[in-house]
Design a protein around this ligand. Structure first.
Ligand code: AMP
Ligand code: ZN
Length: 114
C-alpha cells in the first residue's frame, strides 16, 4: 500500500472533493484553500517531483493543463483568470511529494509570489 497521500486519494482510500477526472488525471479541491477557487490537478501515475519527469510524461503534463482549462470553464473563472503553480522540493514549497498543479482563482493574484 502506498504511503503517498495523493496515491491514497487516487485509490479511493481517502475521498477527495473531486472536480474533474479522466483516465490519466484527477482534480480535487485543496483542503486548505488559498483562494476562493483552489483546485489541485494530479496525474494518476505517482511522480514524486518535477525532477522525476521523464520524456514519456510529456503528454501527461499537457493533459494536466487541458484539465485546468476544462476546470476553469466549469468553475466560471476562465474569463476572469487564474494562477497555475507547481512547487518543486523544499525551496519551491512542495509539501506533498506527488506532483500537482495548483489552480487558484477568484481573487487578484500578487506578483512575485512569496
Ligand atoms: P504543495 O505545498 O505545493 O506540495 O501543495 C500541497 C497541497 O496539498 C497544499 O495546498 C495542501 O493544502 C493540500 N493538501 C494536503 N492534504 C490534502 C488533502 N487531503 N486533500 C486536499 N488537499 C490536500
Ligand atoms: Zn503518489
Amino acid at each position: 500500500m502506498s504511503e503517498c497521500l495523493f496515491c491514497k486519494i487516487i485509490s479511493g482510500e481517502i475521498a477527495p472533493d473531486k472536480v474533474y477526472e479522466d483516465d490519466d488525471v484527477l482534480a480535487f479541491r485543496d483542503i486548505s484553500p488559498q483562494a476562493p477557487h483552489h483546485v489541485l490537478v494530479i496525474p494518476k501515475e505517482h511522480i514524486a517531483t518535477l525532477n522525476d519527469l521523464e520524456e514519456r510524461h510529456a503528454t501527461l503534463l499537457g493533459q494536466m493543463y487541458l484539465a485546468v482549462k476544462a476546470i476553469a470553464k466549469q468553475e466560471g473563472v476562465a474569463e476572469g483568470g487564474y494562477r497555475t503553480v507547481m512547487n518543486c522540493n523544499h525551496d519551491g514549497g512542495q509539501t506533498v511529494y506527488h506532483i500537482h498543479l495548483h489552480m487558484l482563482a477568484g481573487r487578484g493574484m500578487q506578483w512575485p509570489p512569496g
